[in-house]
Design a protein around this ligand. Structure first.
Ligand code: UDP
Ligand code: MG
Length: 149
């Protein structure tokens, strides 16, 4: 089954949004398979955002992501990458639809509360940056046959 990497950013943690975010994903029918709370090192932020290292916003992004603890998660489900991207909303909260996480809880692009992988390939890469294989818990959900046909 497909997996996605999700990170509640320091603003989401400080604003008490971890529970709300986890709850939305659970209610959607997605399955949590790993989670960890920590502060990211410089090297891990560079790895996570390697495609943005040369961008003008990168120094500010790095300072933001390293400004406090983050909540790292791996979620599992059919089409989970696409589904979570639609649940989090557009990168710029001003363009994110109401009902999405960024649409409901954020204002500024540089404080947009949450990260989620943008493709199954980047999900595999990002999971590998933050989690060891043994940390990914494999289990069958008792509601699986109610969520999947
Ligand atoms: N970002 C920013 N300014 C920009 C573009 C991006 O501060 O002009 C930050 C923002 O936090 C965003 C992250 O960099 O979530 C990664 O950008 P990306 O385009 O990959 O957006 P995402 O995949 O997070 O929607
Ligand atoms: Mg991205």
């Amino acid at each position: 089954m497909e997996r996605s990497f999700v990170m509640v950013k320091p603003d989401g943690v400080q604003r008490g949004l971890i529970g709300e975010i986890v709850s939305r994903f659970e209610k959607k029918g997605l399955k949590l398979v790993a989670a960890r709370f920590e502060e990211l090192s410089d090297a891990r932020v560079q790895e996570q955002y390697r495609e943005h290292i040369e961008k003008p916003f990168f120094p500010g992004l790095k300072t933001y992501i390293m400004s406090g603890p983050v909540f790292l998660m791996v979620w599992e489900g059919n089409n989970v990458v696409k589904i979570i991207r639609s649940l989090i909303g557009a990168t710029n909260p001003a363009e994110a639809l109401s009902g999405t996480i960024r649409g409901d809880f954020a204002v500024d692009i540089g404080r947009n509360v949450i990260h989620a992988s943008d493709s199954p390939e980047s999900a595999e890469r990002e999971i590998g940056i933050h989690f060891r294989n043994e940390e990914l818990v494999s289990y069958s959900g008792i509601a699986d046959s109610m969520i999947y046909e």
